[in-house]
Design a protein around this ligand. Sequence first.
Ligand SMILES: CC(C)(COP(=O)(O)OP(=O)(O)OC[C@H]1O[C@@H](n2cnc3c(N)ncnc32)[C@H](O)[C@@H]1OP(=O)(O)O)[C@@H](O)C(=O)NCCC(=O)NCCS
Length: 197
Amino acid sequence: MQCSRNRKFVSIERELHDRKFAVELLNDVVIRPPCVTDGASVNALIARCPPLDRNSLYCNLLQCAHFSATSALAEQEGKVIGFASGYRLPDEPETLFIWQVAVDRIARGRALGKHLILDILSRPVCAGVSMLKTTVTQSNSASQAMFDKTAAVLDAPHRRTLLFDRDRHLGGSHSSEFLISIGPFQIPGRDKPDRRR
Ligand SMILES: CC(C)(COP(=O)(O)OP(=O)(O)OC[C@H]1O[C@@H](n2cnc3c(N)ncnc32)[C@H](O)[C@@H]1OP(=O)(O)O)[C@@H](O)C(=O)NCCC(=O)NCCS
């Protein structure tokens, strides 16, 4: 796949403008789908962003190759400063599952994580998506705040349930992961909620 490096910062925020949501622009930041040559930079970014699980380089290469359309990369002056990986659930295609979001320390606090997620949702590949799911640990307040703000932009309810239990699923070595479900929502000017599914 070819990198589209001239893709300007475009997000669902533009579509939401009429609804008068806050727009927090990030100057000089380009958000685009990752391409396979980004794999190593993404791998290094994830390693710089604890408490995220470090991935193998191979895993990040597959994300950038096979899940590019539902992932987003942010770069500033050619440096990768943010990444969000996601996919539509195979048995629940109306749901976008966000796997990981990483924002470099220097870029935190400017809602870049939220913009990465909204950029994915604004793409044609997400036509028909009306739910967003992800998991968070109890102690990751930055991640929870980011998803709370994403739910607010989408004007959608969100709820939290236990998904992977520390002892039952994670071998006692990792904090429990709680499933956050946001939706149903409608992308303004594009989707009508598909109630058939
Ligand atoms: C979680 C993360 C992606 C949020 O990205 P972001 O673009 O900074 O998100 P926001 O600007 O919306 O800030 C979210 C929260 O981070 C915290 N925060 C704000 N500025 C911060 C800074 N400079 N440094 C660290 N945390 C900050 C605040 O709690 C903020 O919530 P608030 O605005 O309600 O106070 C980022 O902190 C990160 O990469 N963390 C490490 C990896 C991780 O935990 N990923 C999430 C798991 S999927």
